[in-house]
Ligand binder design. Structure first.
Ligand code: ZN
Ligand code: ZN
Length: 143
């Protein structure tokens, strides 16, 4: 028979309860118990699987994700996010008279203005993240 893991909730010592024809495992400290089964091996397996089956209270409610309140270079977000976002801005051609643009202009192709992609600055990305965090109401259930 495999060893019983410590209690997933309190870390306490667990024991196999034999009450034929039912078997289950319970925590000697907090009383948490596995489902009853018809075999001691299955009761042990059920108990030992519990930590992954029933995430601890640090798990987030469905639809939420744990994110840091601040994103920094240290948290890896600067590397992950910088250069990911850009916006298109319309610039006036510096070489042309906007009234009569040069149709052979290499910059604006005779339009007098041109589009350029500008990367969103890291400071702006951080401000967006801060805003998302501060605008997000905490979930009803404790996270
Ligand atoms: Zn316990
Ligand atoms: Zn031009």
């Amino acid at each position: 028979m495999s060893e019983l893991q410590p209690c997933p909730f309190c870390g306490g010592k667990a024991e196999l309860v034999t009450c034929a024809p039912e078997y289950w495992v319970r925590c000697l400290t907090c009383g948490a118990g596995s489902d009853t089964t018809a075999s001691s091996k299955r009761a042990t397996d059920n108990w030992n699987r519990r930590p992954s089956q029933e995430p601890e209270h640090t798990a987030c409610p469905e639809g939420y994700s744990l994110v840091p309140t601040k994103i920094t270079a240290e948290s890896g977000h600067k590397y992950a996010l910088m250069g990911e976002f850009s916006e298109s801005v319309t610039l006036t051609c510096p070489d042309c008279d906007t009234e009569e643009p040069d149709e052979h202009c290499e910059i604006c192709n005779g339009l007098g203005e041109y589009e350029q992609l500008v990367a969103i600055e890291w400071n702006t990305i951080k401000r967006i993240h801060d805003r998302i965090v501060s605008a997000s109401a905490p979930p009803a259930a404790p996270c």
